[in-house]
Design a protein around this ligand. Structure first.
Ligand code: HEC
Ligand code: HEC
Length: 390
């Protein structure tokens, strides 16, 4: 419930904090299936997703937490949330027996990767290098990353050749990852699966000290060569967009307003803090801020006009430990965001006695400031904008 919401629409209290977002069960549309594109999943698919969790997402595996009977009950309940399960039968993909992998099969799979142009989205090396499409959205217009094919532990549906075969044949509903069932033979898809399995790099937790050092050295070199990409990585992992983008009543990012501010955070008892517009718009965003002004607010909590921020909602004291290169990268990335005009009102100031009472509660009574995140955009853009339902 915390994630998928009380009615299963994928809009629970934690929903806007998660990438990818929790599934909306009411549509009966699932990414991880052993069924044809457009079909509902089988019970076994759902049981597996609940038991094992979805790798590379916030969906945990429940098999160690609840019994198999309870998992079946959960699946039965989830199916009642969409009318599709009552009226449709799942169309399972006939995969045939899995051929053993071999260097020849991997080599043929490389050819299939070229023919099917996977590199357009996943890059020539599976890590996005040279990809022509770099930003993706799901059907709810929420941002999505194309999987890094060298990191199979992030594949939601599992890393095995069999898992991959199902993803290639069934596609991933609601995302740009298409089905290739009609464009490649079964053999070609097995070869492709073996090829993708062969792309796996060694995960950090299996590396020895020397390999870890080499790995980070390579990452650092790549970061220096491409600060905007490094900045995007930092902004994504720190989660700046979670606060600096407005969301609708289903906690979905309002299309077109990512990073354009206007998300209202109430901090008790200090008042309302609408987040700033971080796009490069000159009049309402950071377009007229100097690099130093942006860095100053991130590391010392001082706004352009000299106002000082509390250490919340934005935890700038922890940003103050960012290395100079990383701060520069964040600024470079923010500069690359296309301008979006969204004039955000200033925070409401609290009266001094309330402010002091808040400080007293925090410092003397040791309570955390309760924060409330309100849906909607308090900025000037897109007022009354309706969420997009596919
Ligand atoms: C139009 C862009 C596009 C093309 C073409 C494309 N993919 Fe994807 N692929 C995506 C996106 C986006 C995702 C992430 C989906 C998600 O996380 O929900 C993805 C996910 C994946 C995954 C992860 C599956 C999982 O379980 O999470 C694999 C593996 C994959 N793609 C392989 C391929 C291969 C191989 C090809 C070529 C046959 C291909 N993709 C073609 C966009 C694309
Ligand atoms: C927990 C929510 C939260 C997170 C996460 C967060 N911010 Fe903020 N940020 C705020 C709030 C609230 C303000 C505005 C406070 C005000 O204006 O009084 C703000 C102000 C700013 C400002 C000043 C711009 C303006 O118009 O006021 C910049 C620049 C900024 N944040 C950048 C970032 C970056 C970059 C990140 C990620 C590294 C980030 N923020 C993460 C909540 C957040």
């Amino acid at each position: 419930m915390e994630c998928h919401g009380t009615a299963g629409q994928g809009d629970g209290p934690a929903a806007h904090l998660l990438t990818p977002r929790p599934r909306d069960f009411t549509l009966g549309r699932y990414k991880i299936r052993s069924t044809e594109t457009g079909s509902i999943p089988t019970d076994a698919d759902l049981v597996r997703s609940v038991r094992k969790g979805l790798y590379g997402s916030a969906m945990p595996g429940w098999e160690t937490l609840i019994s198999d009977n309870d998992i079946s009950d959960v699946v039965a309940f989830v199916k009642t949330l969409s009318p599709r399960f009552a009226s449709e039968t799942p169309k399972e993909i006939a995969a045939g027996p899995q051929p053993v992998s071999s260097p020849q099969s991997v080599r043929r799979g490389y050819g299939v990767y070229q023919t099917l142009q996977c590199g357009k989205c996943h890059g020539s090396d599976g890590r996005g290098t040279g990809a022509t499409a770099t930003t993706f959205e799901d059907d709810w217009r929420q941002p999505l990353r194309a999987a890094d094919l060298t990191e199979p532990w992030t594949f939601h549906g599992g890393p095995g050749a069999q898992d991959l075969y199902m993803r290639f044949s069934g596609g991933m509903s609601g995302t740009p990852m298409p089905s290739f069932k009609d464009s490649a033979s079964e053999n070609a898809m097995w070869d492709l699966a073996n090829y993708v399995v062969s792309l796996a790099r060694k995960p950090l937790w299996r590396m020895n000290a020397r390999e870890v050092a080499d790995f980070y050295a390579r990452e650092d070199a790549e970061a220096r060569a491409n600060p905007v990409k490094r900045g995007q990585y930092l902004v994504d992992t720190i989660g700046c967009a979670l606060c600096h983008s407005p969301v609708d009543e289903h906690k979905r990012l309002i299309p077109g307003l990512k990073m354009a501010g206007g998300f209202r955070i109430h901090v008790e008892p200090f008042g309302d803090y609408p987040t700033g517009n971080l796009t490069s718009d000159k009049a309402t965003g950071l377009g007229n801020w100097t690099d130093d002004e942006i860095k100053r607010v991130l590391t010392r909590g001082i706004l352009k006009d000299g106002t000082r921020l509390l250490p919340y909602p934005m935890d700038w004291p922890s940003f103050s430990t960012l290395k100079a290169d990383d701060l520069n990268a964040i600024v470079a990335y923010l500069r690359s965001l296309p301008p979006v005009s969204n004039k955000v009102p200033p925070p409401s100031r609290t009266f001094l006695p309330l402010f002091l009472w808040g400080k007293f509660k925090l410092l003397v009574l040791g309570s955390d400031p309760p924060m409330i995140f309100y849906p909607g955009n308090v900025g000037s853009a897109g007022a009354g904008r309706q969420p997009l339902e596919p």
